[in-house]
Structure formats: structure tokens, C-alpha cells
Design a protein around this ligand. Structure first.
Ligand SMILES: C[S@@+](CC[C@H](N)C(=O)[O-])C[C@H]1O[C@@H](n2cnc3c(N)ncnc32)[C@H](O)[C@@H]1O
Length: 259
């Protein structure tokens, strides 16, 4: 993958759908990330945060609005510009660099927290991207990771017109998306990766993360409906229930990993 300066249809579609928003509407999602990271690390104003794949910029903008230091890395110049414009409307200048996590130097032991949400499905060489994040984290630092969940029965966030889209082999998904959206989807926007919890957990451990928590560990069960609460509590004690829940029910792979 590389930075494309020219317009890309998938980015135009993304901007048409998500390019206009009120920062306050993103607060629950912002708080969810920080509360999940908070399971291993209390985030405060002294810490350095990096978000990889900032999209329309709401996470670094909300960090700055709340006194946290967050730098962003984003591959699309149009999305960096969108974040700047939304920042301008809110009196905030976000610190977002144009670049590709596969190529950019993000340093060694620079960050306390890295956020990678809905981005690694789009990163072609995802293993090397993750290795760079691991290196860029300080010892004890934490990564919030959220991405696709291949065998989920939930509607796909990538392409919901075809049931069980994520189950398709990579080549079939790429062909389907090129036929629907044009060849440029392969420049940026394609889901190169449909992940599985077990694959990711293995990769995180291989990289050296000493703590790897999934959504069953992270979610606050007391805030769930009675049914979801019972299933979550059962998943915490019964590995086969956890495995079924994570594989087929959860719409995403969600992890917090501590170095
Ligand atoms: C689906 S959006 C998610 C944006 C944001 N994290 C959110 O949750 O709203 C994925 C973002 O990652 C960016 N992206 C994809 N591949 C990237 C890469 N290799 N390096 C940096 N950013 C990338 C895309 O341009 C896009 O802005």
C-alpha cells in the first residue's frame, strides 16, 4: 500500500457517509476505548497516545479537547483534511501526520497507548504493521485493537449486501468488491484481512505482549442487558462458550494488549 494523493472513490463514499459529525456524538466511543485501555493502564495527560488510521479525526480531536496528547497517522490526505476542517469548527488543531503504518517510522518505545480501531483490516502487511506498533510502545504500554471478525454472523461492517461476506476467501472478496466498487478499491478501502480471535491472540503473544485481553475480559458486564450479562459471565468461566461467542457472535475482534 502507499499514500495516494489523488481522489479515491471509496474515500469519497466514506466522507459522504461519515465526514460530517458532531464531536459530542463520538464521546461514547471515545470513552469506550479509554475504559477498555483503563483495564491495564490509567490514561492521563502526561501520556503519549498514537492513533493509527484516524479517519475523520474524532479520536485525536476528542483527546485534545479533553487534555490528552494524541498524535495521529493517516494514509488518506482527504481524511487528514476532513479532520483539520472539523477541528477548525471546534477550535482544535489535531496533530495528524500523513503516512502509512507499513512504511512510516513510528519510533521505538515512544508511546504509552496506541489505538488501532477499524484499520488493520485495511493494512495489507498487517503483521509488520503490528510489529511496528509493538516496538513503538513503551514497556507497560497498551494497544487498543479492533477489526473484522471473519466468521461472525453479524452484518459485515465492510460490505453488508452479501450475507456472510467475511466468510469468503480473500480472492473472492477482492473480486466481488472490485466488481461492485471498481478497481481503485484495492488502492485503499479493501478489507485485505478478515481476522479471527485465535489468529490475532497468537500473533500478539508472538510479538511479546504479556497481557492480551479480549472483549469478554474488557466489557463491563453490569452495564449489559440481562441476557448479554449472563452470556458474558458464562464466557468468563466456560472456554467453549467464550469461543463460540467470540467466533460467531461478536461483530468485531476487540483486544487490549499490554507490552
Ligand atoms: C474505517 S476507517 C476508521 C477510522 C477511525 N479509526 C475510526 O474508528 O473512525 C480506517 C482508516 O484507516 C486508514 N488507513 C488504512 N490503511 C492505513 C495505513 N496503512 N496506514 C495508516 N492509515 C491507514 C484509512 O484511510 C481510514 O481512515
Amino acid at each position: 500500500m502507499r499514500v495516494h494523493l489523488e481522489a479515491i472513490p471509496e474515500i469519497d463514499r466514506y466522507l459522504a457517509n461519515f465526514g460530517t459529525y458532531e464531536l459530542k456524538d463520538k464521546t461514547p466511543e471515545y470513552e469506550r476505548y479509554l475504559s477498555y485501555v483503563g483495564k491495564v493502564l490509567k490514561v492521563d495527560a502526561s501520556m503519549r497516545i498514537l492513533e493509527v488510521g484516524t479517519g475523520t479525526g474524532w479520536f485525536p480531536l476528542l483527546c485534545k479537547a479533553n487534555g490528552l496528547q494524541c498524535k495521529g497517522l493517516e494514509i488518506s490526505p482527504q481524511l487528514v483534511e476532513c479532520a483539520m476542517q472539523i477541528g477548525k469548527r471546534n477550535g482544535i488543531v489535531p496533530d495528524i501526520e500523513l503516512g502509512n503504518v507499513e512504511d512510516n517510522d513510528i519510533g521505538v518505545e515512544q508511546y504509552d497507548v496506541v489505538i488501532a480501531s477499524s484499520v488493520f483490516e485495511h493494512v495489507e502487511h498487517w503483521r509488520s504493521g503490528l510489529a511496528k506498533i509493538y516496538k513503538a510502545l513503551k514497556p507497560g504500554g497498551a494497544m487498543f485493537f479492533e477489526s473484522t471478525n471473519k466468521f461472525s454472523f453479524a452484518k459485515s461492517g465492510e460490505f453488508h449486501k452479501v450475507p456472510l461476506y467475511g466468510w469468503l476467501p480473500d480472492a473472492a472478496r477482492y473480486r466481488l468488491r472490485m466488481a461492485t466498487h471498481g478497481k481503485d478499491i484495492m488502492k485503499l478501502g479493501i478489507d485485505f484481512n478478515q481476522f479471527r480471535h485465535s489468529l490475532l491472540r497468537r500473533e500478539f503473544k508472538k510479538l511479546g505482549f504479556r497481557k492480551v485481553l479480549d472483549v469478554v475480559d474488557l466489557v463491563d458486564a453490569d452495564r449489559l442487558s440481562p441476557l448479554k450479562r449472563s452470556v458474558t459471565l458464562a464466557s468468563r468461566t466456560l472456554p467453549p462458550v467464550r469461543s463460540l461467542l467470540l467466533t460467531f457472535v461478536m461483530p468485531a475482534t476487540t483486544f487490549v494488549c499490554q507490552k
